[in-house]
Design a protein around this ligand. Structure first.
Ligand code: AMP
Ligand code: ZN
Length: 114
């Protein structure tokens, strides 16, 4: 996708601080972190949102979850804990139209779920 910022990061066209790279998933530091640990995990091929994770996407969904576990270990929050968030669509607060999962940790997160 030409105008997709996360596709550009995957392609190396704009810089990012990469935390983990697998065959299908890339993880990088959020540019505006809201917690001491704030990593964004994306599928390397463009998927617009959670609503595009239809039939036949199970492997990719599992890859993202497995990558999150690896990132949690790499960032040292595997023992202290963390939160995984996927925003979807306008009401979900999705600002970037390329499916992504936030991994948040490094402090006690509030109970607020929106
Ligand atoms: P969301 O509201 O779920 O779409 O979140 C988008 C996230 O992407 C925000 O937390 C942004 O800070 C983050 N973000 C946007 N542009 C970049 C970028 N170039 N590099 C890293 N993170 C970014
Ligand atoms: Zn994209």
């Amino acid at each position: 996708m030409d105008e997709c910022i996360f596709c550009k990061i995957v392609e190396g066209k704009i810089p990012a601080s990469v935390v983990y790279e697998g065959e299908t998933v890339l993880a990088f530091e959020d540019i505006q972190p809201t917690a001491p640990v704030h990593v964004i995990l994306v599928p390397k091929r463009h998927v617009g949102s959670m609503m595009d994770m239809g039939d036949g996407q199970r492997e990719l969904a599992a890859d993202i979850m497995e990558a999150a576990v690896k990132v949690a270990r790499l960032k040292g929050v595997d023992e202290t804990g963390f939160r995984l968030v996927i925003n979807c669509g306008p009401d979900g607060g999705q600002l970037v139209g390329h499916l992504h999962m936030h991994l948040l940790g490094g402090r006690k997160l509030t109970d607020g779920m929106g």
